[in-house]
Every structure is written in structure tokens, then in C-alpha cells.
Design a protein around this ligand. Structure first.
Ligand SMILES: C[S@@+](CC[C@H](N)C(=O)[O-])C[C@H]1O[C@@H](n2cnc3c(N)ncnc32)[C@H](O)[C@@H]1O
Length: 182
């Protein structure tokens, strides 16, 4: 859920939706952001939970999944919440994302889509292709690749800082939106 962007869009589109986040603060921010009137009718649920275990949803019930996980530990979303995958190094993060992918596959109806947004990371001067490594988790979980969308990134916090530096690398200025199909 993060701050609830996806749920806000679902509400505007009149789609029923359930949003999950491990961080109770995210749940309350999302609930605040959802307090607006609109012409469409929908049922929106928020829930504190771990995306690696969606046991409150039966198999093959969901029409569409839209998820935006942390980019490993590039931004830490909490100071130590158990299950928060933004606290994990790349390999542990990918282990957890494989569990997320399997749960996504289980709850989605056959033929339906799962959209995942993620970016690559740079550590110690090297690019770690986190996007493609995470894509493999979803393929191993059983999904097919329907689309790979490159999304340009604008106004990154660090861009101005790096522009001033005498650097010998390119700034990462894109993210991926993978569209997987069950
Ligand atoms: C990149 S943010 C999502 C931002 C969101 N797209 C928005 O517009 O606000 C990633 C979120 O994943 C959450 N998160 C981390 N580990 C999780 C887990 N195991 N299960 C569910 N959510 C988790 C974090 O608390 C954070 O809110």
C-alpha cells in the first residue's frame, strides 16, 4: 500500500480492492488518503499484513494484482518491523519476493494480470539488476511475461547531488513495470 496510491486509484475507478502493508503507519496513512467522496461505488479494504502470506485470501479469487515492493534496502520503510523486506540485503530480499510471487500466483484467477513496479540499484559502483532478478522470481513462481514497461524516473532526490559530482557512471533514470500473466 505505501501511502495508498493504488487504493485511491481503485476507488476513483470504482473497483473493489484490498491493500496490504506490513507497516501499521502505512495502513493509517492510506486510510486517511482514502477519505474522500467520489461518484463511483466500491469496497476498499486495508490490512496490516505480510505479502509473503496472503492466507486470508482463497485460491484464484483476485482479478488483478498491482504491487510496488521496496527496492531491497535502498529505502528502509521502518526501523525494525518484523517481515519488512526493505530491511533486507539483495539476496534475502529476493528470497522473500519469491514467496510473494508464489502467493500472488495462488490468489490470482487464471489468465489475469499481476503488475509489479521495481527499479535497479547501484552498490559500490556496480549496477545490481534487481528488476530482472525479481522478474525471475515471478517466472519461477509460474507466471508468464506479458509486458516489460520501462518507466522514466523524474525528479529523483539524489539527481541534483550527482549532477554536481565528477562521476564516471550514468544515473539510473528508469524503473520497470513488469506485467505478468497467470
Ligand atoms: C515502494 S513502497 C510502496 C509505495 C506505494 N506504491 C505508494 O504509492 O505509496 C513499499 C512498501 O512495501 C511495504 N512492505 C515492506 N515489506 C512488506 C511485506 N513483507 N509485506 C507487505 N508490505 C511490505 C513497506 O512498508 C512500504 O510501504
Amino acid at each position: 500500500m505505501g501511502s495508498g496510491t493504488t487504493l485511491v486509484e481503485a476507488k476513483l475507478l470504482g473497483r473493489n480492492a484490498v491493500g496490504i502493508d506490513i507497516n501499521p503507519q502505512s495502513v493509517s496513512i492510506s486510510e486517511t488518503n482514502l477519505q474522500f467522496q467520489c461518484e463511483t461505488q466500491s469496497k476498499i479494504f486495508t490490512r496490516k499484513g505480510n505479502a509473503t502470506d496472503l492466507n486470508f485470501i482463497k485460491d484464484s479469487r483476485i482479478d488483478f494484482i498491482c504491487t510496488h515492493p521496496p527496492y531491497a534496502n535502498i529505502i528502509r520503510y521502518s526501523k525494525g518491523i518484523d517481515g519488512d523486506i526493505s530491511l533486507l540485503d539483495v539476496d534475502s530480499f529476493l528470497n522473500e519476493m519469491y514467496k510473494v510471487a508464489k502467493e500472488c500466483y495462488r490468489v490470482l484467477k487464471k489468465g489475469k494480470m499481476c503488475a509489479v513496479m521495481i527499479g535497479d540499484v547501484r552498490k559500490y559502483g556496480k549496477v545490481i539488476p534487481l528488476g530482472f532478478r525479481m522478474m525471475e522470481c515471478f517466472l519461477q513462481a509460474g507466471f508468464m511475461n506479458k509486458e516489460i514497461i520501462i518507466k522514466e524516473q523524474h525528479n529523483c532526490l539524489s539527481t541534483d547531488y550527482w549532477k554536481e559530482q565528477n562521476r564516471n557512471f550514468l544515473l539510473l533514470a528508469h524503473e520497470y513495470i513488469f506485467i505478468f500473466q497467470k
